[in-house]
Ligand binder design. Structure first.
Ligand code: C2E
Ligand code: CA
Ligand code: CA
Length: 426
């Protein structure tokens, strides 16, 4: 039978007893269901509660009689797994619960998936203190939410980082209005001529108290909080506006921006892009939208449709982080693309890993057959650049050529790059 617990102190008391009874060997699994308040406002409280009771029944059937399921709030639960032998054992239990929660449920005749996050902490591995054990499971749960994984085991290294992630959510909304975003530009150069052919805009967030927060950390949070359309709109317009200040280069240098797969689900996305290029008077073929292969694979038919529309308008599409999304070649044929960017992880090992070199070479040959431009990102040394040139890669990007730079520095870089090209004897 499930324990109904409302006050946190009750959970702690319960946990103290459970831990003592199992000789301090146990795991705490925290479960939080997401989007339930919204569901309650759509389907009503009664149906929502019935769904939750159904879930509880499912979980109860899936755990052992010695495990204890506790309801902590309307949409939050904990399971104490007694006599856990090790971390692997605890992970198996979390995996099982995640599997049960992932099964779609039928609501008003339609199958739906309920989003959830699970955090896991283990005693005595992490701590034997009930209060700490709760805190660690909670931090692991936040980490699971941020990384969009069904469950996470507490990792002591995440302690500091995870706490600040909480602040990020609230502050992100205000970041645009408060002028905290800027763009850096990283050149793409032609392997054949060493000339710059364009640049990629990369967003930077200067947080007033946390300092610079890397995009890898806040973009996933923005995606989950529905802030991507606003951010992408800001990036697009800022990049096109700043591009106009690149001097002579404005005529022929292309600009790439990164978009999120979620942008494609925004009904007004196509219109925002076309009106932005109109507003900033940008030839469509000089705008590239970079989208990661992994995110495209989630709903390829849908993404391909919109990307095709964008391409038909003359705008270029680039598949970013290529090679990491496990797409088969058959899938890939459906993707409307002009450019492939080979993921940095393959480039990184290209000098010392034969397999990676082989993969890169295969991707390049395939891309050529499909008449796609091929870009190597993360080119950090001259030797990497030479090897990639030998393998037939056309376009290079990476610290060896230039790091991403703020607008002013980038404008100066273009100018010095032009001077280098005009120097006699070079
Ligand atoms: P990405 O699109 O794959 O961008 C390349 C990342 O690699 C950038 O990190 C860049 O600074 C870094 N990089 C470039 N050359 C080298 C190199 O030679 N060596 C190494 N080690 N790194 C290199 P950054 O700027 O931190 O961006 C990380 C990711 O965040 C981007 O990966 C992209 O997915 C995302 N991102 C950045 N700006 C935006 C944006 O405006 N919108 C969206 N949706 N995502 C963005
Ligand atoms: Ca990119
Ligand atoms: Ca990339």
């Amino acid at each position: 039978m499930i324990n109904q617990i409302q006050a946190p102190i009750e959970l702690l008391n319960n946990l103290a007893t459970l831990l003592a009874d199992s000789g301090n060997k146990g795991a705490l699994i925290l479960i939080r269901l997401h989007g339930m308040s919204r569901m309650a406002s759509i389907f009503g409280t009664r149906i929502t509660e019935e769904i939750i009771l159904g879930l509880i029944e499912k979980i109860e059937q899936g755990i052992r009689p010695t495990d204890t399921l506790m309801r902590l709030g309307r949409y939050e639960f904990a399971i104490f797994i007694a006599n856990v032998l090790n971390r692997g054992h605890a992970t198996l239990a979390a995996n099982k619960v995640a599997g049960l929660l992932s099964q779609p449920i039928v609501i008003q005749g339609k199958e739906r998936n309920l989003p959830f996050s699970i955090g896991l902490s283990v005693s005595p591995l992490h701590t034997t203190d009930p209060e700490q054990l709760c805190k660690y499971a909670d931090l692991a749960l936040i980490a699971a939410k941020i990384t969009q994984s069904p469950y996470q085991v507490f990792d002591p290294e995440d302690l500091a980082g995870t706490v600040t992630n909480w602040d990020i959510e609230g502050d992100l909304e205000k970041a645009i209005a408060n002028n905290q975003f800027t763009l850096n530009y990283q050149p793409k150069i032609s392997a054949a001529t060493s000339q710059i052919i364009g640049a990629e805009a990369l967003i930077r967030w200067n947080h007033p108290t946390h300092g610079r927060i890397p995009p890898d950390q806040f973009i996933p949070i923005a995606e989950r909080n529905g802030l991507m359309p606003k951010i992408t709109w800001w990036v697009l317009n800022t990049a096109l506006r700043e591009r106009k200040q690149w001097g002579r280069a404005t005529q022929n240098l292309s600009i790439a921006i990164n978009i999120s797969a979620l942008d494609l689900t925004d009904k007004s996305f196509f219109k925002s892009v076309t009106s932005a290029i109109g507003l900033w008077n940008t030839p469509p073929e000089l705008l590239t939208l970079e989208i990661t292969e992994g995110s495209l694979m989630k709903d390829i038919a849908f993404s391909a449709n919109i990307l095709r529309k964008i391409q038909a308008h003359g705008i270029k599409v680039s598949i970013d982080d290529f090679g990491t999304g496990y797409s088969s070649l058959a899938y890939f044929k459906q993707l409307p693309a002009n450019e492939l960017k080979i993921d940095r992880s393959f480039i990184l090992n290209i000098l010392n890993d034969e397999l990676d070199q082989h993969i890169v070479s295969t991707i390049i040959q395939m891309a050529k057959k499909m008449r796609l431009d091929i870009v190597a990102e993360g080119v950090e040394t001259a030797r990497m650049l030479d090897t990639l040139t030998e393998l037939g890669c056309d376009i290079m990007q990476g610290y060896h050529i230039a790091r991403p730079m703020p607008q002013q520095e980038f404008v100066a870089w273009i100018a010095s790059n032009e001077q280098d090209d005009n120097r006699p004897g070079e």
